[in-house]
Structure formats: structure tokens, C-alpha cells
Ligand binder design. Structure first.
Ligand code: N01
Length: 537
């Protein structure tokens, strides 16, 4: 803005994680002038911020990686089945370097405002500090889990120890040695962290409000021969993954849990728990675990029996067992390495804060309704304002000044999860209304970024400069997203998929549960039919 005017681009991309980086690469390839604005001081998005001990992906590295470049795919060597945060961050940094992306990225640039000027047909965008940009296209690659949530316990400001949130972890790391550490939250982040903190801290107290299901990752080093073999068949692996509901290469069983004998069921669950590589394979043990309660109960009972067999103290084991009100897998399944075993350590205590809620943070620790817990450090693994939080943190205004936050006051409304009626020329990548967090995010990101790129190319060829989701198409899509979710057990779990973890948030199932192949066909058909449901000018 050296001449006082906003910097002018064809496209602004907000966010420098997996989605934003690939979108930048694609849009540059079709010759657009693009600026990517990133709030952090480096690339990586979620993998930049979530540096807590034990952070690793719950999707296997060979799948949770870009497929667009055969060379990258062949030349990058993953060291473990489930990559750690540092390794994923190194990978993303390598992608930025290899494709020369950094020159178009502005770091420490938190977007605060994006207003559409209908007359000029352009987006006016501002970042914290006041710098302004204008662009024809605005792509929101802001992530689904990028606004951390720290509960507003009274007294936190007077706490004399140190506290950290899992998603805003100090870059220099944290030394737990000799400390009495309190960990609040037992979702994926808490479950990954607890075993590692327990090994270092003098004492770890885990404050659990809801027990969730966790299955072992069965993580292991990827031996060079295994990696070489996987790479020889990478194309096949990707193709098979794309035909699964989640876009992840995992073998599934095509039978109902009710079709087989109890012995066969146990054998299948045991195999997936132990032998087959752990993780989300358990969800694929039968084809109706997330559809029918009776089938779901069988896997829920299996995991509860495992917890009771691992945890020595019966009262602690019971407390770790999810209650029947939470169907297995309806809250995101946790994938762990030695989580339940951690509660057999003499320096670990589990506290039920559902029964005895946290009432305040004191200068020297934490107080529940019935007890006091002196703590040198508190770790919040309390999650995110998921899926809509990042967009909600930007003042986004569409045609006529309508605020996105108002339009979404009763839950997010999109057409295909890609665009919003009333907000022309804005695209959302892998957000609400698309398979997103229920799928291999990297696959869904590539699908969306490719779709947006092709769309902008078509518009250019046709000499158009505006595209907007039609209201009717959006209404029909929202109804479809809800209807498909209601056919499953998902809405029965009080999860962040529903916004249930954020006080005051409307209870709406946000991701599209219809599966990756069905979704890909829908968005491809829409494009091939001349962007059916969109208005173009
Ligand atoms: O957050 P969460 P997360 N008092 O929302 C508790 C991805 N991820 O950061 O269930 C007491 O799941 C809350 O309790 P409750 C993954 O998609 C992936 O762990 O609301 N407790 C819950 O136990 C994941 O699902 C990976 O009753 C409070 C916990 O905090 C998503 O990120 C790793 C509380 C929050 O769990 C989010 O995971 C990490 C309060 N006031 C994350 N408020 C992998 O790839 C909240 N809690 C493996």
C-alpha cells in the first residue's frame, strides 16, 4: 500500500495451511495474481499451532499428504505410520519451498475484515494493523479447528502457575519435569498428550468431563521396504482411497455387525484393535456401526471391555468408559498410544468433573465444587470453536452489507460447502456443508481447490467476473446435509461436529456425511452442467 491504495490482486487466499498453499499453487498455475494472507509467522495452519507433546495425525501419513505431485509423493519419505506434528510441519514447509510459494505469502497477516463491493465486483480485505487489499476472488482456507477455546473459569487471570492451550503451544516447548500438572480435556489432544506429560511430570491430574472412545494407533516406524512398496502402488492406493466414504485407504467390511455371530464380531474387532494397524479401521469393522444403535453397541461394548482389561483400578476404569448415551464414533474417535495404560501409573489421577465440576482457578491451582487441587501448570486441551469459528472471527459482509455471522446465526448455510448465497466470489475450502472433517482433509482440500481453479478458468473463458450460489440451491443443499446426517447416529453424540462444545452455538450437524465419492460426483456434475445452482455474470 505504498501509494496509499490497497494492494490489488486477482485473488486473496486467507490461510496458509494445507488448503491455502495448494490453492495458491493452483491459482498461480492458471496465471492469476494471488496473495495469501496468513495469521501465523509460518506456513502449516493447524500443524503450525498445535505443537503440544504427542501431537500427531490420526490419518496415516501415506494418505494424509498431497497427491497432486507425483514427484513430491515419491521423493518425500514418511518415517512413521502416523506422522508427528514436527514431521508434518517439515513436509508442509518443503511443499512451500519446492513450489516456490513463499514469495506470494504474507505472514503475521490476520484478516479482520472482508467486504464485498457489489458495484466494483470486488472484495475489500483488511488485516490487523490496517493494511488493505482488493481482489476479485476471495478464498477462505481458514481451517475447521483454528480458533482455540479456553473455558472462562473464574480466577484464571490470578493463577500464579503457567498455563497453555494445546492449540497455542509455545514454540520452545514446555518442560514438565518436577511439576504438578493439571490437564483439562480428554478429546484427541488430551488423549495424545496425557501419556507424554505423565512420563515427565511429578504428578498429572486429568480432569475429565466426558469419557470418549479411544482406540490404539498401533503406530510404528515405516520400514524402508514397506515405504518403497507403498510408493510403487501409490496411484492404486489413492484411487482406492477415493472410493471409500472418508477418502482414506482402509479396508472395510461390507457386512452389518448384526449379520455375523458374536464370535465373528469379536474376532473382527480384536483384529482391528490389535493386528490390522489400529486407528479408524475400527469404524470400518462393519458397515453399519454409525447407522444402527444395536450394531454400534457391539463395538462400544468391545471398547469398554478393553478399557476394563487395561486399567487396573476398577473405579478409574469405569470412569474412563464412555456412557451408553454416547454412541461409538459419533464424537470424533480418539486414536492413542498408551492412553488407558497411563492411568496405571502411580503419578496419574483421573477426576470426574461432570460429577464434581470445576468452579474456579485459584492462585495455586484449581477448585472443584468438592475439592482443591494445587497445580504448578494447567494444560487446556479444551478444543475449538469448530468449523465456523475462523470465519466468524472475520467481519465478512456480502451483497448489501449482509454479515455472514448473522446469516449463520442459526448454523452455517452453504451451497456444496463451497459457496454462500449473498456472498459472491467467495469460496470456502473444506468447511461446513462438505465432507471436510469426516474425510481425509488433504483429499477434500485438493478436490475443493481443483474445483475452484477450474471454475475460475471457466469464468475467465466465458468473460464473466461474478459467481454466486443461488438461494434455492443453497436451501436444498442445507436440507440435504441435514437429512443425510439424520440417517446416521452422528447427531446423537454431543460433539463439536454439532457445535455442542461451544456455549450458545446452535446445534446443527455441520459436515456432510454423504461420503467422499457421492460428494465428488455431485460437485463434478454441478460443474459439468454449467455450474448448476450458481448465478454467473
Ligand atoms: O478438542 P475436543 P481436541 N470443563 O473438543 C473438554 C482434531 N485433532 O483439541 O467432551 C471441562 O475434542 C471436553 O469435554 P466434553 C480432531 O478432529 C486431531 O481434543 O465437552 N472439560 C473434551 O473432553 C479432534 O476431534 C488430532 O464434555 C472441558 C475436551 O475438553 C479435534 O481436533 C489431534 C470444558 C475437548 O475435546 C478437537 O480435539 C488433536 C470445560 N469447561 C486434535 N470445555 C489427531 O489427528 C471443554 N472440555 C490425532
Amino acid at each position: 500500500m505504498s501509494n496509499g491504495l490497497p494492494a490489488d490482486y486477482d485473488a486473496i487466499i486467507v490461510g496458509g495451511g494445507f488448503a491455502g498453499l495448494y490453492q495458491l499453487h493452483c491459482l498461480r498455475r492458471i496465471g492469476l495474481r494471488v496473495r495469501l494472507l496468513e495469521a501465523g509467522s509460518g506456513v502449516g495452519g493447524t500443524w503450525f499451532w498445535n505443537r503440544y507433546p504427542g501431537a500427531r495425525c490420526d490419518v496415516e501419513s501415506l494418505d494424509y499428504s498431497y497427491s497432486f505431485s507425483g514427484e513430491l509423493q515419491q521423493e518425500w519419505d514418511w518415517s512413521e505410520r502416523y506422522a508427528t506434528q514436527p514431521e508434518i510441519l517439515r513436509y508442509i514447509e518443503e511443499v512451500a519451498r519446492r513450489f516456490d510459494l513463499l514469495r506470494d505469502i504474507q505472514f503475521n497477516a490476520r484478516v479482520t475484515e472482508a467486504h464485498f463491493d457489489a458495484k466494483a465486483r470486488r472484495w475489500n480485505i483488511a488485516i490487523a494493523g490496517g493494511e488493505r487489499f482488493v481482489a476479485t476472488w476471495c478464498v477462505m482456507a481458514t481451517g475447521c479447528l483454528s480458533i482455540p477455546q479456553t473455558p472462562r473459569f473464574p480466577g484464571l487471570e490470578n493463577y500464579e502457575g503457567r498455563w497453555h492451550h494445546s492449540a497455542d503451544w509455545p514454540r520452545e516447548g514446555v518442560d514438565f519435569r518436577g511439576l504438578r500438572v493439571g490437564l483439562i480435556g480428554t478429546g484427541s489432544s488430551g488423549v495424545q498428550m496425557a501419556p507424554i506429560i505423565a512420563k515427565q511430570a511429578a504428578h498429572l491430574t486429568v480432569f475429565q468431563r466426558t469419557a470418549n472412545f479411544s482406540v490404539p494407533a498401533q503406530n510404528e516406524a515405516l520400514a524402508p521396504e514397506a515405504l518403497a512398496k507403498a510408493k510403487r502402488h501409490y496411484g492404486e492406493r489413492r484411487a482406492r482411497a477415493m472410493e471409500t466414504t472418508t477418502g482414506i485407504f482402509l479396508s472395510g467390511c461390507d457386512k452389518s455387525a448384526m449379520e455375523v455371530t458374536e464370535e465373528e464380531r469379536e474376532k473382527e474387532f480384536e483384529y482391528r484393535w490389535r493386528g490390522a494397524g489400529g486407528g479408524f479401521r475400527m469404524v470400518r469393522a462393519f458397515n453399519d456401526l454409525l447407522l444402527h444403535k444395536a450394531s454400534n453397541d457391539t463395538v462400544a461394548d468391545f471398547v469398554r471391555a478393553k478399557i476394563r482389561s487395561i486399567v487396573n483400578d476398577p473405579a478409574t476404569a469405569e470412569l474412563l468408559c464412555p456412557t451408553p448415551e454416547l454412541p461409538f464414533g459419533t464424537k470424533r474417535l480418539c486414536v492413542d498410544s498408551n492412553y488407558y495404560e497411563t492411568f496405571n501409573r502411580p503419578n496419574v489421577t483421573l477426576i470426574d468433573v461432570r460429577k464434581d465440576p470445576i468452579v474456579e482457578i485459584t492462585a495455586d491451582g484449581l477448585r472443584t465444587a468438592a475439592s482443591r487441587y494445587p497445580l504448578d501448570m494447567i494444560v487446556f486441551a479444551t478444543g475449538f470453536d469448530a468449523m465456523t469459528g475462523a470465519l466468524g472471527s472475520i467481519d465478512i459482509r456480502g451483497r448489501g452489507g449482509e454479515a455472514l455471522s448473522e446469516k449463520w446465526a442459526s448454523g452455517p448455510r452453504t451451497y456444496l460447502g463451497l459457496a454462500v448465497a449473498g456472498f459472491p466470489n467467495m469460496f470456502v475450502l473444506a468447511g461446513p456443508g462438505s465432507p471436510s472433517v469426516l474425510s481425509n482433509m488433504v483429499h477434500s482440500i485438493e478436490l475443493h481447490a481443483d474445483w475452484v481453479t477450474r471454475c475460475l478458468e471457466c469464468l475467465r473463458v466465458e468473460g464473466r467476473s461474478v459467481i454466486e450460489a443461488g438461494q434455492r440451491a443453497e436451501d436444498q443443499w442445507v436440507a440435504h446435509v441435514n437429512e443425510v446426517a439424520d440417517r446416521t447416529l452422528y447427531p446423537k453424540g454431543n460433539s463439536w461436529y454439532l457445535g455442542a462444545n461451544t456455549p450458545g452455538k446452535p446445534r446443527v450437524f455441520m459436515p456432510y456425511v454423504g461420503g467422499v465419492p457421492a460428494y465428488r460426483k455431485i460437485v463434478t456434475d454441478v460443474a459439468e452442467n454449467g455450474y448448476e445452482g450458481f448465478l454467473r455474470d
